[in-house]
Design a protein around this ligand. Structure first.
Ligand code: IPE
Ligand code: IPE
Ligand code: MG
Length: 259
């Protein structure tokens, strides 16, 4: 057990709460939302929110790793985010270059391994290189996996997996009756995470309560926690608060529980 000071999102009341160290969610996934609104509230351009959001990623990655989270998946850019103005898209494409350019030594110090899921081949060359270099630099880290969803879409991910299996069927190397949930899971972009591929806890910030095409297959039995804070205001305490809420839930997976 360890305690943290939690602040109620509506009343502002502060309370001391206990987290159960034995029940930390192994895979935490976060839809990092609200950068633009955070900036607008301060009369700043939207990209100022993305910049501040990048600093939050550094704080939260270290906090999650210290709490014992095994996989932290962060939704950084969706396959739909290309619809935004070019200047904003360009800025978002530059962020991984800045992020990894400054943060890789810290990641190594914290034994954190970088993974990326998404259609990275469609990213600008400099972004691809930043991602490749970070993966290579942290490949021997054995602690938390920091998994960035970059140009990621949940439906597209499933389509790609289905295409891959269909090709194997056509080539005569796969019997259609051998396609089961485990095989489809293995062919998703999280397949290399093995037992850890499904998030235990899914957090979305900034008050929106939707998935926006995030990990549609993998969240089948995840616990959802929606938080009012915009992503740039998220910090270690907000993460602990979300985990605290997770620890109050009773996961049944369709079965029965006495709790
Ligand atoms: C999340 O913040 C970051 C990305 C989607 C890249 P937004 O940019 O969506 O911020 P809001 O939702 O407009 O406030
Ligand atoms: C989801 O947020 C994508 C990321 C956080 C990267 P959006 O801001 O793009 O989602 P919508 O448009 O509000 O559904
Ligand atoms: Mg948004």
């Amino acid at each position: 057990m360890f305690s943290f000071l939690s602040k109620d999102q509506t009343t502002g009341e502060v309370a001391e709460r206990q987290l159960d160290e034995a029940n930390i969610p192994a895979h935490v996934a976060i839809i990092m939302d609200g950068n633009g609104r955070w900036a607008q509230q301060r009369h700043l351009p939207r990209i100022a929110g993305h910049k501040q959001g990048m600093n939050t990623v550094k704080t939260v990655a270290k906090a999650a790793s210290h709490l014992g989270v095994k996989v932290l998946t962060l939704y950084a850019f969706s396959t739909e985010n290309w619809k935004r103005p070019t200047t904003e898209v360009n800025y978002l494409m530059k962020l991984p270059v800045d992020f990894f350019g400054t943060f890789v030594p810290d990641l190594i110090k914290n034994n954190i391994r970088v993974k990326v899921m998404g259609y990275t081949e469609d990213l600008p060359d400099a972004t691809q290189k930043a991602v490749r270099d970070a993966i290579a630099a942290t490949k021997d880290c054995t602690g938390m996996v920091l998994n960035f969803a970059l140009n990621y879409g949940g439906r597209a991910e499933i389509v790609t997996a289905v295409q891959r299996l269909a090709q194997q069927v056509q080539a005569g190397t796969l019997d259609p009756t051998a396609i089961d949930e485990a095989l489809l899971s293995q062919n998703l972009m999280t397949g290399d995470l093995g037992d850890l591929q499904d998030p235990d806890l899914l957090i979305r910030t900034s008050g929106e309560e939707r998935l926006s095409n995030f990990m549609l297959w993998q969240v089948a039995y995840s616990e959802f926690v929606f938080m009012a804070q915009h992503w740039p205001d998220f910090d270690q305490t907000t993460l602990e608060e979300a985990i605290y809420q997770y620890q109050q839930r009773h996961r049944r997976f369709g079965g029965l529980t006495t709790a």
